[in-house]
Ligand binder design. Structure first.
Ligand SMILES: O=C1O[C@H](COP(=O)(O)O)[C@@H](O)[C@H](O)[C@H]1O
Length: 241
């Protein structure tokens, strides 16, 4: 595992463009090796911009979208048609615009499909065990102003869950309160973890995540490391480094 790398960009547009290029290249390279890469998507504001950029560039790329497996680092436990679903956002902005194989789009079950977030977490973990390659080629994550990533919130019991792939999260400080998150163990099984952050509101959390001292309990993003870890930042998000 190497030290985290920081890539700074002038603004959000340049940031999104660079992440989109890098992701497309990474998927193309994996497919050229004969793999069907597991890609972990994130929710949040900058992710939506990224998804739109990927959809815009898709026709000019040589990615075979039917040979990409899509997963999520976390999901809000709400109804399938809720605008709060990370999967719904990704479908609208990307997945509905490229020729994915529906069998390779692995959504976390919604609150009108299973009885409880625990059941959704178990089903999602089972799907990852059965259909995943064991390693995310790229797992993309946002970071909240409080330092949360996926649905791992500061001081929350989910941070301590071991020997599990996914965990139910209740009483999330950010609405909606019920969620499902990959555990640190599952997230850390990644060739590349890419944190993507834009805006001054993220600056302090980014600085805490990258500081030499600090705890995962205070800043959960500190707990995620891939074989390669990259922080993709715009200048505003990098301003407290
Ligand atoms: O609730 C969530 O928040 C984080 C960060 O979102 P942002 O809008 O502050 O960038 C996101 O990464 C996560 O997937 C989502 O469920």
């Amino acid at each position: 595992m190497s030290a985290a790398e920081v890539r700074r960009h002038d603004d959000a547009d340049v940031l999104v463009g660079d992440v989109a290029s890098a992701l497309l290249e990474r998927i193309e390279a994996a497919q050229a090796r004969g793999e069907t890469p597991d890609i972990g998507l994130t929710g949040g504001s900058i992710a939506e911009e990224l998804h739109r950029e990927l959809a815009r560039r898709a026709p000019d790329s040589s990615v075979d979208w039917s040979r990409v497996a899509f997963w999520w680092g976390d999901e809000r436990f709400v109804a399938a048609d809720s605008p709060d679903r990370n999967a719904g956002q990704a479908r609208e902005s990307l997945l509905d615009h490229v020729a994915v194989d529906p069998a390779r789009v692995h959504e976390v079950p919604a609150s009108d499909q299973v009885a409880a977030a625990e059941e959704a977490a178990e089903a999602y973990a089972a799907a990852l065990r059965e259909h995943g390659s064991g390693t995310f080629e790229v797992l993309m994550l946002g970071i909240g102003p409080d330092g949360h990533c996926a649905s791992m919130f500061p001081g929350h019991p989910a941070l301590d869950v071991r020997d599990a792939v996914a965990v139910a999260v209740h009483d999330s400080p950010k609405p909606p309160p019920d969620r499902v998150s990959l555990t640190f163990e599952a997230m850390n099984r990644s060739r590349a973890v890419w944190f993507i952050a834009s805006g001054e509101g993220k600056a302090e959390a980014v600085a805490r995540a990258l500081a030499p001292e600090g705890t995962v309990a205070e800043t959960p993003a500190r707990g995620v490391r891939g074989a390669e870890t990259v922080w993709w930042l715009d200048e505003a998000a990098a301003s407290a480094l």
